[in-house]
Structures are given as structure tokens and as C-alpha cells.
Design a protein around this ligand. Sequence first.
Ligand code: ADP
Ligand code: MG
Length: 562
Amino acid sequence: MTTETFEFQVEARQLLQLMIHSVYSNKDVFLRELVSNASDALDKLRLAALRDDAPDADVSDLHIELEADPDARTLTVRDNGIGMSYEEVTRLIGTIANSGTAKFLEELREAKDAAGADGLIGQFGVGFYSGFMVADEVTLVTRRAGEPQGTRWTSKGEGTYTLEPLDEAPQGTAVTLHLKPADSDDQLHDYTSEWKIREIVKKYSDFITWPVRLLPRPGDDADEAREPETLNSMKALWARPRDEVSEEEYHELYKHIGHDWRDPLETIRLQAEGTFEYQALLFVPAHAPHDLFTQGYQRGVQLYVKRVFIMDDCEELLPPYLRFVKGVVDAQDLSLNVSREILQQDRHIRMIQRRLTKKVLSTVKDLRTSAPERYATFWREFGAVLKEGLVTDSDNQDAILAASSFESTHDADEPTALKAYTERMKDGQEAIYYMTGESRRAIENSPHMEAFRAKGVEVLLLTDAVDEVWVDAVGEYEGKPLRSVAKGEIDLSGTEDDKSEEEKERQGEEYAGLLGWMSEHLGEEVKEVRLSSRLTVSPACVVSDSGELTPALENMYRAMGQ
Ligand code: ADP
Ligand code: MG
């Protein structure tokens, strides 16, 4: 069999350089990443077996094995999961396949110095490649379950890797790290030490639902009879009593399923008993993924049935406007080979969705008062997505509004709740005023704002694309209509310090001639010319009919080819 040498993609090479020269202090996490990948591979294989997609696979004792050799200074992480074909190895390992990594590199280009780069490793992590933080050579031997041939991949991380087809290889994947020479006094980072391995697995991977076994030392005669030791408790966190699970444990689970290296912003637990029993453990991330608004974004939480992993990205469990939520739902009464088609029609699933949606919305609403800073982070990261629900989920409109905030002229630094806006409304003010536009600045400089500023009437400043749409879908809040300052006739006459009726009449007469002249000369260009209290400084502005598209929305539809 031939061994071929390949070059890493440019991006992959940059990333590897970073890993090799990293001074990132928490190198222990490489093991979490490898165990996490092994666990995913076992989940995938069991699922394939459940679906009869892997007739030749051996699923009798699925597990993860760790083998350390202090003399050779190697550590191997082995699983007997789904494995990879030759083609998959080139696609998944030789390139930068995962999207988190793409984002990572993007930010890396912006962080110019090494310290900045190390900070980024802490934030993103890069899965498989993190092995190069501790190893100067990595070997991966894998065979896809059900396929006859295996593949060996090796690399020193220096720009090239080799691939070699193998006639024989065990099912699954073994990753062997050839550890960098340790400083003699660096006990803390000896990854061949049993206690070190035990500590890391306990800390980061305890909840992994497959056994993680530490093999006894090879050639250690006295220990010949020793059995492999299972290091993790394998207890599903969502099934354990709440007070038994620490926040750190929840966070580690989030990092595993969310493929994120950072702690989540919020953890949400829910346990439903009765005729349809399920447990849910949901996480709100602290950062929006970069592809949240792109079409291929994989949304949804993991679905388990009676502790058995069934699928990633189960879209049926949460509405699209909560697509940033990660987590696990474990249902007791579904069939193990439930399909997407069945899920779409299952009324229990719809019940779960309703319940989870309400729980997420009420959690966010409570955050506003209980943890204003975390709420502010939430809103900055996910506000624009959440507002989509105002248009698509009329049942929960009130709950979404209660969880939402809006920029306003009241306070430039802090967005306001609608409730707070209505409490500040002036005597006689009949509507909640808003203006949509490109940016806060653009809106503030708009002539439409002048009269409102002059009268001290608060205006909401809406700058997300979805804002054009939801205001119409919602229409009113607590009996007060939502009204654009840029549409139709604006009547601020009920509000304090106003011109008298006589004054208006006098003005009407005074300007009648001018208005007539303008109508005549502008002709078809405008519908009507009228005198307005809208402006105090600018001489004129263009206004849409109420109910007509605003210029920004016209642009949006035009861009969509409509
Ligand atoms: P991520 O796990 O976030 O997708 P990684 O860099 O950790 O990113 O892994 C990249 C891909 O390589 C995985 O998505 C998976 O398809 C494949 N892979 C990694 N380790 C294994 C393994 N032990 N068994 C099977 N496939 C694996
Ligand atoms: Mg991974």
C-alpha cells in the first residue's frame, strides 16, 4: 500500500501553527475534544444501527478507550464508533470543515499579536487540531463501520500530512498523540499520568453517555490482571436531581453539545411528568454564531429517547426564532426509530415545543430584572432573531414583547421595554411612536424626528431589517397603536405645549397659496401637499401614506426581487 503526502490548506496550516506554538494555558482541554469526537462517533453508529443503516457494524460493546504509554510518551484515544472512510478523512481532517473554525480564523486575522491569538483559542477551540497543543506528531487510524478498508493519517502539524489505505484496521477511530517532551518538573502536564487523565475526564467528560475506559499499563507485570477502569459516571445530567449537579457540569455538557468553548449565558431545566414524560436541558449561548442568519444554519436541539441519542438539530422542538438555543430533550415515550416525518406530525412533539418556547421566553423576561447585564448581552446577541417571532408566532407575541427591548430617544445607552415606554408617555399621547432606519444616527438626523424632539415625545429607533415587519404584525401594545413617525398624518396636538387652534387656522390661510402652487407644480410626483407640525427646522420632508412601504422596506423587497 502506498503512502501519499498532502499539503494542508492555507487556513489549516495557519491554525496548526497556532496550536503548535500556543502558550494557551489550559492545554488539558485537548482531551475533552478528542473524547467529545469519539462520543459523537459512537452516537452516530448507534443511530445508524437503530435505523438498519449499518448491517455489518459491530455495536455490541460501544466505548471509548484511553491508553497511555509513559515510555513511548504516547496517549491514544480510541473508539469503536462510526469511523471515517478515506474520503471522509481528507474532507474532515485535512481541511477546515467545521464552521466554528472558519469564524475562528476570521477573528484570528484581526487579532494581530500572539496574546490575542491565545485568547481566541480559549474562546473557540478547534476540535481535533487541539491535539497539536500537546503533541508534536498525531496519528489517526480509522475504519468506517461496515467498510473493509481502513485509513492512516499522520502529521507533525508542519504543513503536510500523509494518508495511507490500510488492509486491516479495527472499526472506529484511534487517535495517537506523540506527546511533546515534558519539562522534568512539569508533573501538572504529564498526559501519560493516570491521575492526570482521570482528573481531566472527570472534570470535562463525566456526563459522556459512553464508558471512557483507561487501559492498564502495558508490560506492567504486577498489574497484568487489572481490568480497564471506567473513569466517567455516564449519568445523563438532565436526569439527575438538580441539586446534585454543579453549574460547571452543566457548562461542560453545553460545550460538548454546542461545540463551543465558552460558558453559556443561561441554563434552563425543565422536567415534565405525567402521561408524556420528558426532560429538557436548554442553553442560551453567550455569543451568536456567525451563521445565524444564513440559510444553512443547523438549528435545533438534540433529541434523545430514553437516554439514547436520536438526532442532532431536531428542528421540531423549537420555533425558528429560537434557533440559537442549544440543548437536549429526552423523551420517554417515543419510539427509538422515530423519523423526521413522524416528528413533524407528532402532537406530543408539538406540546413539547409549546412548553419549551414559553419557558425560554419567560426565562429571558426574568433575566431582565434578575440579571440586567446578562439580559443586555442576550439582547445584543439575539434580539434581532427573537423579534422574528413577533411576526411568525402570534400566540406568543405578548411573551416575546415582554422579553424584548428597543432603542429609544429616552436613553441612548439603554434600550427600553415597551412597558417602560408606555409608563413614560405624555398626557394625551395616543400612540407609541417609532422610526425605522439604517442606524440610530441616521434616524436621529431625520427631519421626521424634529417635532418629536421639540415636544419631548419619545420615539423608538428601530434599525433591524425585521423591525419593518413586526411593527405592522403587532399593531398595538396595551391598546396603544404603534405608529411610524414617517408615515401619514402625525398629530401631536393632544400633547402638551401646543399651538392653539386659531394659530393653526391662521397658518392654514397664510400658506394656502403656497400649498396650492406646490401641488400644481409637483403634480404627479406627490399625492398631496399639506401643512404640518412635523418639522421645526427643516423646510420640507417626504412622507409615505400610512400603510405604504417605507423606503427601507421598499429596498428590502426590491433586493429580494419583488
Ligand atoms: P467538530 O467536532 O466540531 O465537528 P472537530 O475538529 O472536533 O470538529 O472534528 C472534525 C470532524 O472530524 C468531525 O465533525 C467528525 O466528522 C470527524 N471526526 C473527528 N473525530 C472523529 C472520530 N473519533 N470518529 C469519527 N469521526 C471523527
Ligand atoms: Mg469535535
